[in-house]
Design a protein around this ligand. Sequence first.
Ligand code: SAM
Length: 224
Amino acid sequence: MKRELITTKDGSKTLLINGLEETYHSKHGALQEAIHVFVENGLKLINSYEINILELGFGTGLNVLVTIDEYLKKSRDNKINYFGVEKYPIFLEEALELVYSELFSNDFVKDLSLKIHELDWEIQNELTSDFFLTKLKKDFFDLKTTELPPIDLVYFDCFGARVQPDLWEMELLEIVASKMRSGGLLTTYSSKGSVRRNLMELGFEVEKKQGPPGKREMMIAWKK
Ligand SMILES: C[S@@+](CC[C@H](N)C(=O)[O-])C[C@H]1O[C@@H](n2cnc3c(N)ncnc32)[C@H](O)[C@@H]1O
């Protein structure tokens, strides 16, 4: 599948899969969407000292960048272990074209925008003394047999159900739920009714939230 670079409405860039017309982030603003869905309605709602984050899928790395940028803004004394799962990593040339370094004022985060794509897979990389990134190159369904610490926060950022319907069905949601600790939070840009019902059936308490620009609603779900 060929990917093409596009500029979204807030000026930040993302990738589009040619033919499928599916983008890695919202055409209405990639950066705004990443902050709204994953920081405002994710990271900021978790109070634990040690936060284990699981992202499906890692893609352009924008979600880890907004996460560490937010983390560094606070004089936090907590620790983050971030696990990014991705079967089809982007190429370094694509990461270069995305110029995510331009989106951040923090020089450390600017540097990470490329570096995160050069890091080895399957090992824990120390980004700061308290922020660790482990990239897992695998299919989402292989999470079933992947050892992870109890997950506090899931960034469910799969391509939409229009193009990958199986990723929004019970089988994968059940695998993801089994990796989460009780009281953990799943956040997603989706507000699809069938996904909400699946999550409720799995014992989540689901809340509708205002969506990012260009989208009326999104969902967060607390695992009971
Ligand atoms: C919406 S994009 C993720 C955007 C990403 N969070 C970011 O910040 O750029 C969905 C990602 O899921 C990956 N993906 C699709 N099917 C997958 C599968 N079965 N297993 C693992 N990764 C998959 C895609 O390659 C893509 O990077």
